[in-house]
Design a protein around this ligand. Structure first.
Ligand code: AMP
Ligand code: MG
Length: 316
C-alpha cells in the first residue's frame, strides 16, 4: 500500500469514508482513524498496528450532538465532565449504543468517547461527518507518536493517509475515565489530572487492582510504550561514569560526561511529558542501549508521566 502524506483534510476525510485508514494529529498523540460504523475498516486498524483484539478503541467526535450516535445513555457524571472538559484530552467511558460495532468496543458494552481540542483534528472530524474510531497511530507496544514522522516510521505502507500536523502539544494519551458507575474512576491518567477532575466531581478516584480484575480497562494489561532500548526509572541522574550507549531525561541536570547519549532536561513536568515519547524515538535512532528517566512526584500531570515511565520500564 502506498501511504499518502498530506495536509488536505477533505482528501483524508474522503479516504476514511471509503473505508480507508487515516492517521491524524491531535493535542495528545497522533491517532489512527477508521469509520466507527464500518467494522471492516476498524478491523484494518488492528492489522496495521498488530493490536490485540481485546483492546477497545476511542471514538472521536467533532460535535456534542454526535454523542447520541455512539452512546446509549449519557450518565450524569459524564454530563458534568463533558461540560467541564470537552473538547479536551479526556476520554469518557459510557454505555455503548447497541448499533456500534463490537470490534470498536472489544465487546465490552461500553464506549470511550473523546472530542479533541485541536484545529486540524476537528476540521478532519467535521469533514468526516461521522464518529471516527481511533487508537494511537503506533505499532502496538511502541511509544505513541507525537509527530507525523513517527507515524511514518511505524506505519508507512500500512495506512492510506497520514494527515500532517505539528507535534502534539500534550504528548501523552488522554485521561480515560469510567463514567458507568456511581463515581467516576480514572482508568488511565493523563494531562487532565485527578485533582482537575475532583474539582468538578469530588467523588472521582483512581482505579485500583479490583477494577482491573473486573476487566474495566483491558488495554492497560498489554505491553506499552516501549522503545528499542531499556528504560530505567531513576531517582536522580547518575553520579558515576556510565557504560556507553546511555541516555538521560529528567528535571535535574546530570554532571558533564556521565552520559554519552542524548540528554534532555525539560523545564517542568508538562514539558517532560510532552517530550518523552519523542525522546524515546530519538534514542532508538541513535542506537542507545539504556534510557535513564528521572522520577517525578505524583501531583497533577506527574501521575500520568510516572504511569507511562513505569509501563515503558516494567520487565517483559
Ligand atoms: P489508545 O488510544 O491506543 O491508547 O487506546 C485506547 C485506550 O482507551 C484503550 O487501551 C483503553 O485503555 C481505553 N478504552 C477505550 N475504550 C474503552 C472502554 N470501552 N472501556 C475501557 N477502556 C477503554
Ligand atoms: Mg495506544
Amino acid at each position: 500500500m502506498n501511504t499518502i502524506v498530506t495536509q488536505d483534510v477533505e482528501l483524508a476525510a474522503a479516504t476514511l469514508k471509503e473505508g480507508g485508514l487515516v492517521a491524524f494529529p491531535t493535542e495528545t498523540v497522533f491517532g489512527l482513524g477508521a469509520s466507527a460504523f464500518q467494522p471492516n475498516a476498524v478491523s484494518r486498524i488492528f492489522q496495521a498496528k498488530n493490536r490485540p483484539q481485546d483492546n477497545p478503541l476511542i471514538v472521536h467526535i467533532a460535535h456534542r450532538n454526535q454523542i447520541a450516535e455512539v452512546c446509549e445513555v449519557i450518565p450524569e457524571a459524564a454530563r458534568v465532565l463533558i461540560d467541564a472538559f470537552f473538547p479536551g484530552p479526556l476520554t469518557l467511558v459510557v454505555p455503548a449504543a447497541p448499533t456500534l460495532p463490537s470490534v470498536v468496543t472489544a465487546s465490552l458494552g461500553t464506549v470511550g468517547i473523546r472530542m479533541p481540542d485541536h484545529d486540524v483534528a476537528n476540521a478532519f472530524l467535521r469533514a468526516c461527518g461521522e464518529p471516527v474510531a481511533a487508537p494511537s497511530a503506533n505499532r502496538s507496544g511502541r511509544p505513541s507518536p507525537t509527530t507525523w514522522e513517527a507515524v511514518m516510521d511505524d506505519l508507512d505502507g500500512r495506512v492510506d493517509v497520514i494527515l500532517r500536523g505539528d507535534a502534539s502539544r500534550v504528548g501523552l494519551e488522554s485521561t480515560v475515565v469510567d463514567c458507568t458507575g456511581k463515581e467516576p474512576i480514572i482508568l488511565r491518567p493523563g494531562s487532565i489530572s485527578l485533582e482537575d477532575l475532583k474539582m468538578v466531581h469530588p467523588g472521582t478516584r483512581m482505579s485500583d487492582a479490583a477494577d482491573v480484575v473486573s476487566h474495566r480497562s483491558p488495554g492497560t494489561r498489554h505491553r506499552h510504550y516501549r522503545p528499542e532500548a531499556d528504560v530505567v526509572v531513576v531517582s536522580s541522574p547518575s553520579k558515576t561514569e556510565g557504560r556507553s550507549g546511555y541516555a538521560y531525561i529528567g528535571l535535574e541536570s546530570p554532571e558533564k560526561g556521565l552520559y554519552d547519549g542524548p540528554i534532555r532536561v525539560p523545564g517542568d513536568v508538562s514539558t517532560y511529558a510532552r517530550d518523552l515519547f519523542h525522546f524515546f524515538r530519538t534514542c532508538e535512532k541513535a542506537g542507545i542501549n539504556r534510557i535513564e528517566c528521572q522520577r517525578v512526584g505524583l501531583e497533577g500531570m506527574g501521575r500520568a508521566l510516572m504511569d507511562r515511565l513505569q509501563r515503558a520500564a516494567s520487565p517483559e
